[in-house]
Design a binder for this molecule. Structure first.
Ligand SMILES: NC(=O)c1ccc[n+]([C@@H]2O[C@H](COP(=O)([O-])OP(=O)(O)OC[C@H]3O[C@@H](n4cnc5c(N)ncnc54)[C@H](O)[C@@H]3O)[C@@H](O)[C@H]2O)c1
Length: 318
C-alpha cells in the first residue's frame, strides 16, 4: 500500500498519522475543511484537498487515486456533539457510509477511527471488543456520537461478511498529545499556561485511560500493514487509569504550574441531563496478541511533551 486518503487530515490524530505516512515515503491525499496543520503542506508527497467530505465528486476522485481510505473526519469535541448532533451524525455516519460505498465498489481498504464511547454506560472493567453497548435514550444528545460510530462499524462488518470490502476499526481511548484541541487534557494545559484555574467537570473522580499519540500511531502502523488484522475491531488504549483530579495534578507537576483547581458540575458545563461515565478502561489483550503492542509513553512524559509543544505554539502566535 502506497497511496492513502486521510479525511480529517488536519485534525489532531489525522495530522500525526499523515506525518508518519509521509515520513515513510507514502503518498497522502489529505482532505479537511481548513489547513490547520500547515507543516503537512511542506511535504512533496502530500496533496491537500481543501474541501468537505460532503463534496461527493471530489471525494470520489480522491478515493479513485488511493489504495486505502482512512476516515478520521468527525466531530470529536464533546461540547460540539451536544450542540451540533445533526453534524455529528452527518459526518461520521452518513458521509462515512457513502465513503464505505465508494471503497466497496472500487475495492479499497477502509480504516476507521471508532471510540471507547461505543461501550456507553456499561460498568464492566475493562472493556473487551465484544462487550455490550449500554446507551441512554436517543433524546440524550451525547449518544449520537457513539451510535454514529456503531452504525459505521455495523456497515463495515456487513460488507466484509459478504466479502465485498476489507476494513480495520480501532476504538480509541482518550488520545492526547501535541496538537490536541478542545478535550480535557488540552483544556487543562491551556488553563495552566494562561495562569487560570484548572476547570474540572463533575467531582473529578471519574477515571480515563490517557493514551499518548505516538503510541497510537505505532499501533495503527502495526495493524494496518498486517492483513491478519483486517475485518476486525481493536481497542487501542493505555491501561493506566487516571482520575481527572490526578490528571490536573500531573499537568501542574509536569509544567510546574501553581494554578488552583476549580470544579464545575456537568449541568453547568453541558446543561441538564448530561450523563457522564465514571470509569472506562480498555482490555488490549487482542491488540497485544496480534501485534505485541504496548504503550511506551508515561502520562508524565506525554504531558511534558504536550505542554512544551503548546508553549511553543503560543509563543509563535504571540
Ligand atoms: N482524540 C481522541 O481521543 C479520539 C477518541 C476516539 C475516537 N476519535 C476519533 O478519531 C478521529 C480524529 O479525532 P481527533 O481527536 O483528531 O479530532 P479533530 O477534531 O482534531 O479532527 C477531526 C478533523 O475532521 C475535520 N472535519 C470535520 N468535518 C469535516 C468535513 N465535513 N470534511 C472534512 N473534514 C472534516 C475537522 O476539521 C478536523 O480537522 C475522529 O473520528 C474521532 O471521532 C478520537
Amino acid at each position: 500500500m502506497n497511496k492513502f486518503l486521510v479525511t480529517g487530515a488536519m485534525g489532531f490524530i489525522g495530522s500525526h498519522w499523515c506525518k508518519f505516512l509521509l515520513e515513510n515515503g507514502k503518498t497522502v491525499y489529505g482532505m479537511d475543511l481548513e489547513p490547520t496543520a500547515p507543516e503537512l503542506l511542506e511535504y512533496k508527497n502530500f496533496i491537500f484537498i481543501h474541501d468537505t467530505i460532503k463534496n461527493h465528486e471530489i471525494l470520489q476522485n480522491a478515493v479513485n487515486q488511493v489504495d486505502c481510505v482512512c476516515h478520521f473526519a468527525g466531530i470529536a469535541e464533546p461540547y460540539q456533539y451536544l450542540k451540533y448532533p445533526r453534524k455529528v451524525i452527518d459526518i461520521t455516519a452518513v458521509a462515512g457510509i457513502q465513503l464505505i460505498e465508494m471503497c466497496r465498489v472500487t475495492g479499497k481498504l477502509f480504516f476507521f477511527t471508532s471510540t471507547s464511547e461505543i461501550y456507553g454506560k456499561n460498568t464492566k472493567v475493562p472493556f473487551k471488543e465484544e462487550d455490550d453497548r449500554v446507551l441512554g435514550a436517543t433524546t440524550s444528545k451525547r449518544w449520537c456520537y457513539a451510535s454514529s460510530k456503531a452504525i459505521v462499524e455495523h456497515y463495515l462488518d456487513a460488507c466484509a461478511m459478504s466479502k465485498e470490502l476489507d476494513y480495520l476499526v480501532v476504538r480509541l481511548f482518550n488520545v492526547y498529545g501535541p496538537g490536541l484541541r478542545g478535550r480535557v487534557v488540552s483544556n487543562l494545559i491551556d488553563n495552566a499556561l494562561r495562569g487560570e484555574e484548572l476547570v474540572l467537570h463533575g467531582d473529578g473522580k471519574q477515571t480515563r485511560c490517557y493514551t499518548y499519540i505516538d503510541d497510537v500511531i505505532e499501533a495503527f502502523n502495526l495493524l494496518l500493514f498486517d492483513r491478519n488484522c483486517y475485518n476486525q475491531v481493536f481497542n487501542i488504549g493505555n491501561k493506566r487509569e487516571t482520575s481527572v483530579i490526578e490528571l490536573a495534578e500531573s499537568v501542574k507537576n509536569s509544567g510546574q504550574f501553581s494554578s488552583d483547581i476549580k470544579f464545575l458540575s456537568h449541568n453547568q458545563c453541558y446543561g441538564e441531563g448530561f450523563e457522564d461515565i465514571s470509569i472506562r478502561v480498555p482490555d488490549i489483550s487482542k491488540l497485544q496478541k496480534y501485534t505485541g503492542w504496548e504503550p511506551k509513553t508515561t502520562l508524565e512524559e506525554g504531558l511534558s511533551k504536550s505542554i512544551k509543544h503548546r508553549k511553543n505554539e503560543l509563543t509563535k502566535i504571540g
